[in-house]
Design a protein. Structure first.
Length: 490
């Protein structure tokens, strides 16, 4: 009898697995891979009886997001493989913070049942006291180190009200809102956001920080650009206050590190950040990171850090589509109190495609021109302004340009820059030229080596590492680097 029951159970499980695999294959064909991997692969089939499929979801946010964005494809899949009378139930995973699971039905009228409200309650530590939460001690008052005032560094105007949602950022924005309502309690910790420059990473993470502060006034929130983090670390190394420095960052409830790729090839700073990351994550505090590349594409970052970057959710911001570009333009001109015809808005949206920052740059140029000439712009004026703007911003940075700027700055000849001499000033200048070419041109390491006296790939890599270290530890060298950079990218 038991053997028969076992066979029936196995048969039912096989039937459930087959059904779920068919549904997943259908969904995979109808959504992009990132959405499929993020929102459907974590789901687990639990049971299938009487045309009713029960699936397990990691959190209430998951089923809310799926219902809001993928309801049509989900309904089609169920209709195809179960039939017109298909029903779907969601079961939220039981966690330590949520000791009650919620079985949520997908009713026939397509309205989602109200989720367990306890899921959305803010986290409170065991030692928290409701009547004392507004009188928490200042975590930036650390003995042995100068007094810091609590400053989140958040930019007030970069909020969700000014962030235009589109297909290019919908996933990231939805995740960001979920984090703001439940910092540290979602499965999105860390939240790793990446994109090319100018697509809204800094705006979105600031918006998350501002929204979190609005919901949880007692939480310590800190936005920090990684370049500034590096500068802080250099100072505390010199003052021998590394332990206090780490303790400051470990006291934060929401840490936003912008441009984390700047940690590349800086092993000492990576070691410190590794300690900070581990402490925050173990305490259930929220970490948000941004980068110009996905974790898998980052070079010069230790593997143990990269593996932690992948623990939560990685999301990409892509270039805005035409509709989103139009919405950004309308939002911007409405905020600035100017009027543009539909023809001009349409032209800008079709012509300026690469980034949100580029759109904003064009609008600033249009507004400035309109103010100075004191007349309403027509389409020909806008066409001329955009052509000029795009031309100015498409300047390619070449190695020839870099080596002339570097040689002039160090008062040496181009021949000296490319020769075999080991004089310290020339070696430093040569390494600087290689580093600038690596950072700001489209050349590969091999190409840079060929253009610098036919040097090997490994020699260029060593030069880049050497300059990176000097920027981190030598104040005068860092000043030289900044001065040369301004001449190159102006």
């Amino acid at each position: 009898m038991k053997e028969l029951e076992k066979k029936i159970t196995q048969k039912n499980k096989s039937k459930l697995d087959l059904l779920w695999n068919n549904i997943l294959d259908f969904i995979k064909e109808n959504v992009n891979y990132q959405n499929f991997e993020t929102w459907f692969l974590p789901l687990k089939p639990l049971a299938f009886e009487d045309n009713t499929l029960t699936i397990e979801v990691p959190s209430s946010f998951y089923y809310e997001y799926i219902e809001a964005h993928f309801i049509d494809v989900l309904k089609s899949a169920l209709k195809n493989f179960v039939g017109p009378n298909a029903k779907l139930y969601y079961q939220v995973v039981i966690t330590k913070e949520n000791d009650d699971s919620s079985t949520l039905q997908w009713p026939s009228n397509d309205k989602v049942a109200t989720a367990n409200p306890d899921i959305h309650l803010p986290f409170k530590s065991e030692n928290a006291n409701d009547d004392k939460t507004t009188h928490l001690p200042n975590p930036f008052l650390i003995p042995g180190i100068r007094t810091y005032s609590i400053d989140s560094n958040l930019i007030e105007m970069l909020d969700f009200d000014n962030f235009v949602e589109g297909e290019c950022n919908r996933l990231a924005r939805g995740v960001g809102l979920s984090i703001a309502y439940n910092p540290g309690l979602t499965t999105f910790n860390p939240f790793f956001l990446y994109s090319a420059t100018g697509l809204g990473k800094t705006h979105l993470v600031n918006a998350i920080g501002l929204e979190t502060r609005k919901k949880f006034s007692n939480k310590v929130i800190l936005y920090m650009n990684t370049a500034e983090f590096l500068n802080q670390f250099i100072k505390v190394v010199k003052s021998d206050n590394i332990a206090d420095f780490i303790q400051i960052y470990q006291s934060v409830d929401l840490l936003i590190m912008d441009d984390i790729h700047h940690l590349a090839n800086k092993p000492k700073t990576q070691e410190v950040f590794f300690q900070i990351f581990n402490s925050l994550h173990q305490q259930g505090k929220q970490i948000i990171l941004t980068s110009d590349k996905a974790p898998i594409e980052l070079d010069g970052i230790e593997e143990r850090l990269l593996s932690r970057f992948k623990w939560g959710l990685t999301a990409e911001l892509t270039k805005p589509d035409y509709d989103t570009r139009q919405a950004i333009i309308r939002k911007k001109i409405q905020k600035d109190g100017i009027q543009l015809s539909d023809e001009i808005i349409d032209y800008i949206a079709k012509k300026v495609k690469d980034s949100v920052r580029e759109i904003e740059g064009v609008l600033i140029a249009i507004i400035a021109h309109s103010t100075f000439v004191k007349k309403d712009l027509d389409i020909s004026d806008v066409q001329s302004l955009i052509d000029q703007y795009i031309k100015c911003n498409q300047k390619d940075i070449t190695y020839d340009m870099i080596k002339h700027i570097v040689s002039d700055y160090f008062s040496i000849s181009i021949e000296d820059l490319e020769c075999e001499t080991r004089k310290q000033q020339i070696v430093i200048a040569r390494h600087m030229a290689m580093y600038m070419a690596f950072k700001y041109s489209k050349l590969s390491l091999t190409e840079i080596g060929k253009l610098t006296g036919n040097r090997k790939h490994s020699s260029v890599a060593y030069a880049i590492k050497n300059v990176s270290n000097l920027i981190e530890v030598d104040k005068n060298f860092r000043m030289q680097y900044e001065e040369i950079k301004k001449k190159i990218i102006r």
